[in-house]
Design a protein around this ligand. Structure first.
Ligand code: URA
Length: 234
């Protein structure tokens, strides 16, 4: 791929802006030799203003999403992209979240520009369960775990009952819920269906992958070993 297209695809600017960067001599190789728009150079040898180029396509990362951020490229208010290097919002192919977390949900969010990987993660065949820590407005009644595990709970405006889900009660108003599917506002709607209200919601795990020590608002790239961990579901 021509360098000018590569840099534009990585979000460094429009083609015109990137052409300008070449004219100004801002794009060099590792030795500082100026590169030209038509040069063909290995990705890892390219520097922009002396800095290594952003990762090529295949970028996959894990973000510890804080509450108050929306999973969108252009909503009003704070966006998950505000937590990443600014160029990541403008990459092509697009770097998108794998599914969504509500604005007021915190926790583990995967993002990738690899469409095949995204489909593999969300495919039911991969059987990647998701664990949520839930804080409730009302004390649990005691029948919720059985109702969630029943496989017969039908949420309002759905036409198919939910798959069985596991609820582990931690305290009268705190629990962990493990889901094997992902429906719109699922956790909040499940607790509404049993007469409660979710006050705080946090996703702690997707498949075999947990946040580890990643702090709120922080992110890190995932490598092949992380993806093995993600898909390694017992
Ligand atoms: N279920 C919800 O209700 N919200 C989320 O963000 C994720 C799962």
């Amino acid at each position: 791929m021509k360098l000018v297209k590569l840099l534009a695809n990585l979000g460094y600017g429009s083609r015109k802006q990137v052409q300008g960067m070449f004219r100004e001599g801002l794009v060099t190789d590792a030795e500082g030799e100026v590169l030209y728009a038509d040069d063909v150079v290995a990705h890892e040898a390219i520097r922009v203003e002396g800095e290594p180029l952003d990762p090529p396509q295949g970028l996959t990362l894990m973000l510890h999403k804080p509450r108050g951020y929306t999973c969108s490229t252009k909503d009003k208010g704070r966006l998950i992209y505000d937590l990443l290097p600014p160029r990541y919002r403008d990459r092509a192919p697009v770097l998108s979240s794998v599914g969504r977390l509500d604005r007021d949900t915190s926790g583990l969010l995967l993002m990738t520009d690899d469409g095949a990987l995204l489909h593999r993660i969300v495919s039911p065949k991969s059987r990647l369960d998701k664990a949520y820590e839930v804080t409730l407005a009302e004390d649990l009644r005691g029948d919720e775990a059985a109702r969630f595990a029943s496989g017969t709970l039908l949420l309002e405006s759905d036409d198919k009952p939910l798959l069985p889900a596991e609820l582990e009660v931690r305290s009268p108003r705190e629990a962990e819920l493990v889901l094997h599917e992902g429906r719109y506002h699922q956790v909040r709607r499940m607790f509404a269906a049993v007469g409660n209200h979710v006050e705080a919601l946090h996703r702690s795990r997707v498949g075999g992958l947990a946040l580890g020590g990643l702090g709120e608002g922080q992110w890190r790239m995932l490598d092949a070993a992380d993806l093995d961990t993600l898909f390694n579901v017992p």
